[in-house]
Design a protein around this ligand. Structure first.
Ligand code: NAD
Length: 290
């Protein structure tokens, strides 16, 4: 029998995941602190819970898609949160947060008879809508098996990276690379143009050669050179991810000069690009500002 899935956080990712889960035949309920997000979900046919406690009472599996560590912590430890509700819940946290937060919350939940997987995702709202996300999972085999109906609906690829926190580490490493690739691709395409060849022509060659990446193959043509800048992932969220990656580097005591440069440039971008701007905009900033 399928367990009900409660989706907490009905933003760009959460609402797309909720509709995909429902389309796959799962019973879905959603909740968001913002009334506008709740209304958008209801308009898309998602049953919206009156409050968090009501959702937690009904749903053995809870999928979170929240902006940051504070919101995920509030879901677990806040008033009417998971620790206040009925035991036996599986929290599948798809938010991008610090691995230390994931490990700590997983420990607290386990001690209270719940379970948690850190399960951050890649693929954006389009991937969530299509059910083609990549999920990076930290946690036990048994909990992963219990979450399988959710992952089967949402993902094309599920990588069980390791124990609790390992999924969060993989996501921060991935997004640090993506953040770096946006800067290097922007610079490289400015070089192509400065050397007298249109960026689009050079990109065609690069994407059939060894310099390619997801940024050169997807972001450059789809969102940057097209001028569309409508990926559904914001500067504010990517700046958060880069900050968290920098924190991880510091905690590991690692010497990482290139990552330090990437971190500095993403931090500096706040002077030019608002939190709500598309994250691809950084590739289009003049070099001295990016
Ligand atoms: P979003 O800002 O569009 O949505 C977040 C939603 O959470 C909002 O509707 C907000 O009202 C709600 N919320 C905030 N605090 C809450 C709380 N305490 N309880 C209930 N709801 C709460 O963000 P998003 O782009 O959907 O991203 C969600 C998470 O997924 C983030 O951690 C982000 O880093 C990650 N992520 C985003 C993308 C993307 O392309 N957008 C891709 C991969 C991962």
């Amino acid at each position: 029998m399928t367990e009900q899935v409660g989706v907490v956080g009905l933003g760009r990712m959460g609402l797309a995941m909720a509709t995909t889960l429902q389309r796959a035949g799962l019973e879905v309920q959603g909740f968001d602190i913002a009334a506008a997000a709740r209304d958008r979900a209801a308009a898309k046919g998602i049953e919206v819970a009156d409050n968090l406690a009501a959702l937690l009472a009904d749903c053995p599996i809870v999928l979170a898609s929240l902006p940051d560590d504070a919101a995920v912590t509030a879901l677990v430890e806040g008033p009417a949160g998971l620790l206040d509700g009925p035991a036996g819940r599986l929290l599948v946290d798809t938010s991008t947060v610090e691995p230390a937060t994931s490990r700590r919350l997983a420990g607290a939940l386990e001690a209270a008879g719940h379970a948690m997987l850190d399960a951050p995702v890649s693929g954006g709202p389009a991937g969530a809508e299509a059910g083609t996300l990549t999920v990076m999972v930290g946690g036990s085999e048994a909990d992963l098996a219990r979450g399988q109906p959710v992952f089967a609906a949402l993902a094309r690829t599920v990588v069980h990276v390791g124990p609790s926190g390992a999924g969060a580490v993989a996501k921060l490493v991935n997004n640090l690379l993506c953040a770096a690739h946006l800067l290097t691709n922007g610079e490289a395409m400015r070089l192509a143009e400065a050397a007298g060849v249109p960026a689009a022509r050079v990109l065609e060659a690069v994407n059939a050669a060894s310099g390619r990446s997801a940024v050169s193959e997807v972001n450059m043509p789809r969102w940057i050179l097209s001028g569309a800048f409508d990926s559904g992932f914001t500067m504010g969220l990517m700046r958060k991810d880069v900050r968290l990656a920098a924190k991880l580097i510091e905690a590991a005591g690692l010497e990482a000069p290139l990552s330090r440069e990437v971190t500095a440039r993403w931090a500096l971008s706040a002077e030019r690009l608002a939190d709500e701007a598309d994250f691809n905009q950084i590739a289009a900033l003049p070099a001295e500002e990016g």
